[in-house]
Design a protein around this ligand. Structure first.
Ligand code: PMP
Ligand code: GLN
Length: 381
């Protein structure tokens, strides 16, 4: 493997999910729900297969029905208008959208400013594109962005800001004031913004504010979404990009040579899912909020310091109150000690010291699974 990828090793998610299977542990590592999304959406996928919809290569930009459904979703929730033909692109999950956006928009040596901890594919894709990552560190207990540090991180070589709100792994959701400050910086320094909003519907209190809704941002922003998180079908790998025509076209130039197209029949099912009534989205959120509290309260009782998240599937904890100090060692031993798998946050940082004792747990699991996990973690002592 080349020198750009060699430092990336194997993704932590593959490693920890394999460990969970090998040890028969409860997997609170990789973020995927243990219950599938709505029955009617599964049926839509099955019917698409049987009706012969999408079993052969779909159109390169995605099927028209799904592009229209993505545009309608942006309109329904955010009053954003996107032309389904020129401003929407369907991708193989958000993962491909991130890769294609970075490969399309970066020249070798361009700097990308992003908050760390970063989702692991960001570092790999910036590296594959020949870019240089410039981290701005989010720190406990609130993981709020330091806007002065962000401003200071931007140089003449900065090409784009890579944002993620709600933020994995911290669960931080950018406030309107923070988003406005970021938008002002982007406008002043004429930066592009790539914003990963896959957890847009998973917020517990604070409102999700798409960067593209702020003044002067629609024309410089590539917004990324995914059916995986919103509809609890992470295996389907249906994602999308919304952006002005020139940016969609750029992302598509890279995307066409990555997968060309993906997820044929699932694109039809995702189009159906995006049209689900508001009630679906409200229930998803309230179910997850209950799960967050179940796990957060249990972890607190078990001696973890808990940083209760405002969004996502994840709760970050500090293990210093237990006997351990190093999250990586802790996560390696956790399956043997109590049959639970978690993720050490330091894998998401360049500044690993800033996250030495931080550990992430996923709460997108059955209530009874979370209760059992909490009981096991309570025996750690
Ligand atoms: N971005 C973030 C922040 C994520 O947590 C994930 C993983 N769920 C992805 C992107 C990838 O999404 P997808 O499964 O749609 O490729
Ligand atoms: N996004 C999920 C997480 O953060 C994992 C996705 C993956 O396995 N690549 O846990």
């Amino acid at each position: 493997v080349n020198s750009r990828l060699a430092p990336m090793g194997t993704t932590i998610f593959a490693e920890m999910s394999a460990l969970a299977v090998a040890t028969g542990s409860i997997n609170l590592g990789q973020g995927f729900p243990d219950t599938d999304g709505p029955e009617e959406i599964k049926r839509a996928a099955a019917e698409a297969v049987l009706a012969g919809h999408g079993n052969q290569y779909p159109p390169g930009a995605g099927i028209p029905e799904l592009r229209a459904a993505v545009a309608a979703h942006q309109k329904r929730f955010y009053s954003l208008d996107f032309d389904p033909d020129t401003e929407v692109l369907i991708t193989a999950g958000a993962t491909e959208a991130i890769a294609a956006a970075l490969l399309a928009l970066l020249e070798p040596g361009d700097e990308v400013v992003a908050f760390e901890p970063y989702y692991d594919s960001y570092t790999a894709c910036i590296a594959m594109a020949g870019g240089v990552r410039v981290p701005v560190t989010l720190r406990p207990p609130h993981f709020r962005p330091d806007l002065d540090a962000l401003r200071a991180a931007v140089t003449d070589r900065t090409r784009l800001l890579l944002l993620n709100t709600p933020h994995n792994p911290t669960g931080m959701v950018l406030t309107r004031a923070e988003s406005e400050a970021i938008a002002q910086l982007a406008r002043e320094r004429d930066l592009l913004v790539v914003t990963d909003e896959v957890y847009e519907h998973l917020t517990f209190g604070p409102e999700h504010i798409p960067l593209a809704t702020l003044p002067g941002m629609r024309e410089r922003t590539v917004t990324i979404g995914s059916a995986g998180k919103t509809f609890s079908f992470t295996g389907w790998k249906v994602g999308w990009v919304t952006a002005p025509p020139a940016l969609v076209s750029a992302v598509r130039s890279a995307k066409q040579f990555l997968t060309y197209v993906a997820s044929g029949p699932f694109q039809y099912a995702a189009a159906t899912a995006l049209a689900l009534p508001d009630q679906y989205f409200t229930t998803l959120r309230s179910d997850l909020e209950r799960k967050r509290d179940l796990l957060a309260d249990g972890l607190s009782a078990a001696g973890f310091e808990v940083f209760r998240p405002d969004g996502t599937y994840f709760v970050t904890t500090d293990i210093s109150g237990l006997s351990d100090k190093d999250g990586a060692a802790f996560c390696r031993e956790l399956p043997q000690r109590c049959g639970v798998v978690a993720i050490p946050n330091q894998v998401f940082y360049d500044d690993t010291e800033a996250a030495r004792s931080l550990v992430r747990f996923a709460f997108c699991k059955g209530d009874e699974v979370l209760a059992e996990a909490v009981e096991r973690l309570g025996r750690l002592g």
